[in-house]
Design a protein around this ligand. Structure first.
Ligand SMILES: [Fe+2]
Length: 206
């Protein structure tokens, strides 16, 4: 049952998210899509992520142990034209994915737990080579231009929640590629199957 405290927290969360996304729209409008702009977007998301009282694991629980997928995405904001999509990624089990791009800009910042990222570049023979790594946790984040490659390797030893923001909503990203190291092929990602709309008023959310 929702209490009045739950409702006021949801309202406050909605307001903080809307303010953050407004600032992020302006950053992109003024600066375009480049490393400096993404750095500014990362700073905005870090300020939002620091408001941990609005983003508890209780409010954004990971899928149950019985679910097939160890993680789910909670949709926090998305414009009517599907731009500026902000998700909370919630996970509590091991999750590994292949090197992939996003075909739009992406910024990930930590709220709870740890999300190890690996970074890659394409090699001349059509494969990938790791260029670095970073663990996303509270107070840190990583940024990706549309063609940048990364993979996740989440240990799943503790619940994890972080923000994933994309220039365009995930269901609109039909050409995201991932690299299959077993047969050295590039393939298109299937759409994410577990996105839960958490907008307070999804009818009027913008
Ligand atoms: Fe990704």
């Amino acid at each position: 049952m929702q209490t009045s405290a739950d409702m006021s927290r949801a309202t406050k969360r909605s307001s903080e998210i809307a303010d953050t996304v407004n600032r992020i729209r302006k950053i992109e409008a003024n600066q375009g899509v480049n490393p400096d702009a993404l750095e500014a977007i990362r700073s905005e998301l870090l300020k939002l992520a620091a408001k941990t009282e609005l983003f508890s694991m209780d409010d954004f629980p990971p899928p149950p142990e019985t679910a097939g997928n160890p993680s789910c995405l909670y949709l926090l904001s998305e414009d009517d034209d599907h731009r500026f999509a902000l998700y909370a990624n919630s996970n509590n089990r091991r999750y590994v994915n292949a090197p992939h791009n996003h075909t739009t800009w992406a910024v990930i910042v930590g709220v709870h737990g740890e999300e190890p990222n690996r970074f890659y570049k394409r090699t001349e023979d059509g494969g990938v080579e790791q260029t670095g790594s970073a663990v996303v946790r509270a107070g840190t984040g990583v940024t990706f231009l549309p063609d940048d490659l990364h993979s996740l390797d989440i240990a799943g030893r503790a619940p994890m929640l972080n923000f994933h923001m994309y220039g365009l909503a995930i269901p609109q990203l039909f050409k995201r590629q991932y690299y299959n190291e077993r047969d050295h092929s590039w393939n298109y990602y299937p759409p994410h199957t577990d996105i839960r709309d958490m907008r307070v008023d999804s009818e009027s959310a913008a």
